[in-house]
Design a protein. Structure first.
Length: 229
């Protein structure tokens, strides 16, 4: 979860988010190199006193400074495309979770397990525990097993919402009348916080997501307890 003055990306909790961070750093490095080169050239122009009065064309330099940026862009485009298709890859998920956006809360369904379903509301500030996180904690968390492939099906009941968890690299729109799919793999236990990220109305800021990542045997215990009740 993000805390004070953390302006960068959160630590990853899934292989996909790790790849996204690598790509971000890679793209930023290229950006810095271009900015430095162009900045240097523009700055040095101030001090230039030489003018070539007979310069009308320069085929070679035009070729170079057209093709070179195109090649540099390829170094961003190809890894970006690789990641894009990697994010869409489904690797035989062992759990499927359905999350439905409502104004203004999320509801969840574990369709594999006797269709366990529940709503997940934000805890209002005046009801918050002293160690709770304001505008981030919910009454019913999503419990998911770590080290397993998880498929998420996202939809919405009223307007467009977006199921977004930065640490897992997941951001899927929930659209009424549609079912969107994504998947992830949580590689450590813990709490992972997320928020809706489609402007969905007055309480858009108040429908957070909390994922509780637990070892698989804990998850089985939790799921079987809830199936019997
Ligand atoms: Cu739901 Cu914004």
């Amino acid at each position: 979860m993000s805390t004070w003055a953390n302006l960068g990306l959160q630590d990853s909790a899934s292989p996909l988010m790790e790849q996204l961070i690598f790509f971000h750093d890679h793209a930023l490095l290229i950006l810095v190199m271009i900015t430095m080169l162009v900045g240097y050239l523009m700055f040095m122009l101030f001090f230039n006193t030489f003018v070539n009065r007979f310069l009308l064309h320069g085929q070679l330099i035009e070729m170079i400074w057209t093709i070179l940026p195109a090649i540099i862009l390829l170094f961003i485009a190809l890894p970006s495309l690789r990641l894009l298709y990697l994010l869409d890859e489904i690797n035989e998920p062992s759990v499927t979770l359905k999350s439905i956006g409502h104004q203004w809360y999320w509801s969840y369904e574990y369709s594999d397990f006797n269709n366990i379903e529940f709503d997940s509301y934000m805890i209002p500030t005046n009801e918050l525990a002293t160690d709770g996180f304001r505008l981030l904690d919910v009454d019913n968390r999503v419990i998911l097993p770590m080290n397993s492939q998880i498929r998420i099906l996202v939809s919405a009941a009223d307007v467009i919402h977006s199921w977004t968890i930065p640490a897992l690299g997941v951001k899927v729109d929930g659209t009424p009348g549609r079912l969107n799919q994504t998947n992830f793999f949580i590689n450590r236990p813990g709490l992972f916080y997320g928020q809706c990220s489609e402007i969905c109305g007055a309480n858009h800021s108040f429908m957070p997501i909390v994922i509780e990542s637990v070892p698989v045997n804990y998850f089985i215990k939790w799921i079987s307890n809830n199936m019997n009740s």
